[in-house]
Unconditional design. Sequence first.
Length: 105
Amino acid sequence: MGATQVLLHGVASNILSRQWYNPGLASALFGHLPLAILYISYIHTNGLVSWLDYVIAIIYMVIMYVFIFRKLLIGSLANENSSYPFTEKELAKYKRWDKFNIKRK
């Protein structure tokens, strides 16, 4: 799952937020990525994994991201009528109104 962090924080989050940096990018690049490279290199060179294992891992990562992370966690926590909304000042500070297409009240 550490390799997924690189894809999410290094690519997806940057595209969605239209920024080059996001929280978690540094730890994904300097923590998860080196460990993932070492781990995959070790299991591959020692014959501990087959191509079917890679396919299963990719399918598992997609399922975890789409159904668990996006649908259950983010989907269940997103609420336009939250009792803890962001203030206009907080969103305007980094021009979040425009980046996330938020309608001003």
